[in-house]
Design a protein around this ligand. Structure first.
Ligand SMILES: Cc1cc2nc3c(=O)[nH]c(=O)nc-3n(C[C@H](O)[C@H](O)[C@H](O)COP(=O)(O)O)c2cc1C
Length: 203
């Protein structure tokens, strides 16, 4: 960081480049470097954004978890196009990844759900109706306590069928790094005919 971004320093695969930058964001001590703003397309055609946590990545894409029946879950099932931004302002970097989502397998979902703290697992059960109006906070707390008494403390909690993850498969990835006098460095990777093309963009 601090050094201008040069084409020669970029990896040919955007997810390997992402891996390098994510490591640097993580090491910089940035709060929640895995928080990303996810935009989806509503049935009306309106874009809609919210923050979710990226819970893993590899060359095939990024994983995040949510409630499949939530507003975003339904929107993503109806229109698989999505875009995420990692707003790493404190280190003057931003990464944008656009592409399409696919549901993770039941096995992947079960594995990740089982790795979560018990409280988060109960929270998933209590928020079956994510994105829908609730009467008040008491109602939410009541649901949480109700589920808390369903399973013993030493008993595994099953994953609710409506809860799981998506993989965002990248088709366009942009790396932005702040520079002097607003002469920022931007590089875009575009998936084209089976390979990644890299171009510098005007800031
Ligand atoms: C830092 C942060 C991390 C979040 N992570 C998640 C997440 O991983 N999954 C999720 O479903 N919601 C997460 N949320 C809540 C979402 O932003 C959103 O409020 C919720 O998922 C409902 O969105 P929807 O109504 O568009 O479906 C997070 C919020 C914040 C501020």
């Amino acid at each position: 960081m601090g050094e201008p971004l040069r084409r020669s320093a970029l990896d040919e695969h955007p997810m390997t480049q992402f891996h390098l930058w994510f490591g640097e964001a993580y090491d910089s001590g940035l709060a929640e470097p895995n928080a990303m703003v996810l935009s989806s397309v509503e049935p009306s055609g309106m874009p809609r954004s919210r923050t979710v946590l990226m819970k893993g990545y590899d060359r095939s894409g990024l994983r995040f978890f949510t409630n499949y029946t939530s507003r975003k879950g339904q929107a993503l099932e109806a229109d698989r196009r999505a875009c995420v931004v990692f707003p790493w302002h404190a280190i003057r970097r931003q990464v944008l990844i656009a592409g399409y989502v696919e549901r993770l397998s039941d096995e992947e979902n079960d594995r990740y759900f089982a790795s979560r703290p018990r409280g988060s697992q109960l929270g998933a059960w209590a928020s079956e109706r994510q994105s829908q109006p609730v009467s008040d906070r008491t109602e939410l707390d009541r649901l949480f306590h109700e589920f808390d008494s369903v399973w013993r403390a030493d008993e595994p909690i099953p994953r609710p069928a409506y809860w799981g993850g998506f993989r965002l498969i990248p088709r366009e990835v942009e790396f932005w790094q702040g520079g002097e006098d607003r002469m920022h460095d931007r590089f875009r990777y575009l998936w084209s005919e089976g390979e990644w093309e890299i171009e510098r963009l005007a800031p």
